[in-house]
Ligand binder design. Structure first.
Ligand code: 13P
Length: 697
């Protein structure tokens, strides 16, 4: 019990942890994959901080960024679907260990401002990142310890589709984002942002705090002072140092300026305050800029000239590189200087084109997706180019869902349906196999039994007389089977006296579900046993129906009966409605599971089952021999599932319900029917003997 509870807790913890980890990896991989250049810049920052700045060529960092994004995204999806659980949990643990060490270093040494784990989408401080990684590392340890507790969402046979689709999707997403621009832009220079607004410091925003320390000297001794304890003029000033004690508010855009390199003139405000349109061609380094689309750029420049729009190129390149670019592309537009990092933040394309309208970013284009010539035949005021694209974000989200989430969801649903149908099919096949094995087999050596159930009939004298008559008849003509008569409690002690125990067994029709004590009117299993009885009927439908005996009560009764050395004739069976709804198997199985299937194999040896369809009891409507055989074969198959084939072969299963001398031979001829539990026909010695004799035919 305790083990089961621990297992449930563990499985729940592992699966919650796995979903959290999956969500983190998917998000972190995704935001890196849609911005490979941003990830590359971050990797470069790390290498710089480690003193390995120029150790690797730029393209290797870009490849590294794409692979890192694909790795994180794919691991997240694999965790989500619980694919290759052992391997994936090991890789995740290794990755988290490295990440945690790395973040411990950035917390201590502070070499980078933020870790960049989630690109620009969620910026965490180094301390927050460290705490996040400690939690994820703990989850990774748990997943690695119990990988198989992760519940699969797709079967092993289908997982290769998810693996390939995910890896290809992640790489394609990066390639697309590199060719075009990141589909989602989390930087301060996104479409719709007003640059001047982004540079503003709101009123009352915290100012940076500084403290100045003065070093002064007197009589050859130097001492440090602040403004608060500045000494008298007998001290001579030596030096002062100022340190920042608190950071002030930093606006989202704090590093944007446009300078004319030749004149030193700053035209930032002039550009931002221009109420018209301005094209900014942006290239942090012209030496690395892609020049394949220069013709299109020149066309746009001409268009700007024609309509009187400003068109300038912002770069951080040297004059030599500018001249080279002009030489290659024939560029006639003016060049201005802006910080390289700012330019890289503004647009993830080298070169990229940005359109401003009164300082607000209206459009951004990668050099691969510049406006087409046919879009440039009317002024921006009148064309779609001059307007901010309206619904692009929901549309992009929908596209992502359609291209990735939808196919995988459909795959998972199809896979689960398929797994479920094969499971059902297999289970049916197994059950049929067991049933047909039993059907084919000759009746084994298990006991054949005919048991009478007198129910509430016969007074004491009549009962004793009937018992005597049956006993005499059977002593005179030995039966081929075990015979039992089950009588009301009041008969037991007297009937026991008249029966020859080797020939006729004695049983009660019920016993209490309590051991002993203040239970007025009840008769305990121990009392039954003390009369000389060896059997007790339990679970009869009349007791379930009229006296509210539930599976739990019957379970108690069964246990007490067995404990007191009684053999139990345990009844089961369905109502007419249940049979009409074809629920008979389900009902019978539930009855056995509820009251007897908990027994161990040793206790099971003292159980005799009796299938009594309620619709056939006392109605004169017998189940056909085929119906009865089918059910008894099924019951034997579920006993076999529970206790094994051998135990099932040795379990006696009786049929009850309007069984009489006329139909008994046909019923008893069936391989799985081991005898009968007889109601009405057990109240007359001749009728009862007629049924017993069916075993002789
Ligand atoms: O309930 C029965 C035996 O327990 C069957 O009763 P009948 O044989 O009267 O149908």
């Amino acid at each position: 019990m305790k083990n089961k509870a621990t297992q449930i807790i563990r499985n729940t913890a592992v699966n919650i942890g796995r979903l959290l980890m999956a969500a983190t990896f998917i998000f972190s991989g995704y935001v890196k994959a849609i911005d490979p250049l941003g990830t590359q810049y971050k990797l470069a920052d790390y290498l710089q901080a480690m003193g390995l700045g120029s150790f690797l060529p730029e393209w290797t960092l870009l490849v590294g960024a794409v692979l890192l994004a694909a790795l994180e995204f794919s691991l997240g999806i694999f965790l989500l679907f619980a694919i290759r659980r052992h391997l994936v949990s090991k890789i995740v643990l290794a990755l988290m260990s490295i990440m945690t060490l790395l973040t411990l270093w950035i917390v201590i040494a502070n070499p980078v401002k933020d870790c960049g784990c989630f690109g620009d989408a969620v910026v965490l401080s180094n301390g927050q990142t460290f705490i996040k990684n400690i939690i994820l590392l703990a989850i990774a340890l748990m997943l690695q310890k119990w990988p198989t507790s992760m519940v699969r969402f797709v079967s092993k046979k289908t997982q290769w589709i998810v693996i390939n689709y995910t890896v290809i999707f992640a790489l394609a997403l990066s390639a697309w984002s590199l060719w075009d621009l990141p589909p989602f832009d989390f930087r301060p220079y996104h479409v719709g942002a007003n640059i001047a607004q982004g540079m503003k410091i709101p009123q009352g925003a915290p100012q940076p705090q500084f403290e100045t320390t003065f070093i002064l000297e007197k009589n050859g001794q130097q001492k440090e002072f602040t403004l608060d304890n500045y000494p008298d003029s007998t001290w001579t000033f030596v030096d002062s140092k100022t340190v920042q004690t608190a950071e002030g508010y930093v606006p989202p855009i704090h590093d944007f300026s446009i300078q004319d390199n030749k004149t030193g003139e700053d035209i930032t405000q002039e550009v931002l305050n221009d109420t018209g349109y301005t094209f900014l061609l942006i290239s942090p380094t012209l030496a690395y800029a892609d020049d394949s689309n220069f013709g299109r750029i020149d066309q746009i420049y001409e268009f700007a000239q024609d309509y009187g729009y400003r068109f300038i190129c912002l770069t951080a390149s040297s004059d030599k590189d500018i001249a080279k670019w002009q030489d290659i592309t024939g560029a006639e537009y003016p060049f201005y200087t802006t910080d390289a990092t700012t330019l890289k933040t503004m647009i993830r394309s080298n070169p990229g084109l940005m359109l401003l309208h009164h300082g607000t970013i209206i459009q951004k284009w990668s050099h691969n997706k510049l406006p087409q010539p046919e879009e440039l035949n009317q002024p921006l005021e009148k064309s779609a180019l001059g307007k901010m694209p309206s619904d692009s974000i929901p549309r992009k989200i929908l596209l992502m869902l359609m291209w990735f989430v939808l196919p995988l969801t459909l795959l998972a649903i199809a896979d689960r349906l398929w797994a479920w149908t094969t499971w059902v099919k297999k289970k049916k096949e197994n059950a049929n196999k067991i049933i047909s094995t039993f059907n084919k087999k000759e009746k084994k050596m298990r006991k054949k039994i005919v048991a009478g159930n007198w129910k509430m009939n016969m007074n004491l004298q009549d009962g004793v007389a009937l018992a005597k008559e049956i006993n005499e008849a059977l002593v005179a003509d030995k039966p081929n089977c075990d015979v039992v008569i089950c009588t009301p409690f009041i008969h037991l002690a007297s009937v026991a006296q008249v029966l020859n125990a080797e020939v006729v067994g004695l049983g009660a029709e019920n016993c209490a579900d309590k051991e002993k004590g203040a239970y007025t009117g009840e008769v305990s299993a121990e009392m039954v046993k003390s009369t000389g009885a060896q059997y007790v009927i339990l679970g009869h439908s009349e007791r379930r129906q009229y006296y509210g005996e539930t599976a739990e009560i019957l379970k108690e009764k069964v246990e007490l009966a067995l404990k007191n050395g009684l053999k139990v004739i345990f009844c089961c069976g369905e109502t007419l409605e249940e049979r009409e709804a074809e629920k008979q198997n389900e009902v019978v199985k539930a009855e056995l599971e509820g009251s007897v299937f908990h027994l161990d194999a040793e206790a099971w040896k003292n159980i005799i089952l009796a299938y009594e369809p309620i619709w056939a009891i006392g109605t004169g409507k017998t189940a056909t021999s085929d119906q009865a055989e089918e059910m008894l074969a099924y019951i034997r198959s579920i006993v076999a599932e529970k206790y094994g084939n051998e135990a099932a072969e040795e379990t006696s299963i009786l049929y009850g319900g309007s069984c009489k001398a006329s139909n008994a031979p046909e019923l008893f001829a069936k391989p799985n029917i081991d005898g009968g539990l007889i109601g009405g026909a057990s109240l007359k010695a001749a009728d009862f003997k007629g049924i017993i004799d069916a075993w002789k035919k």
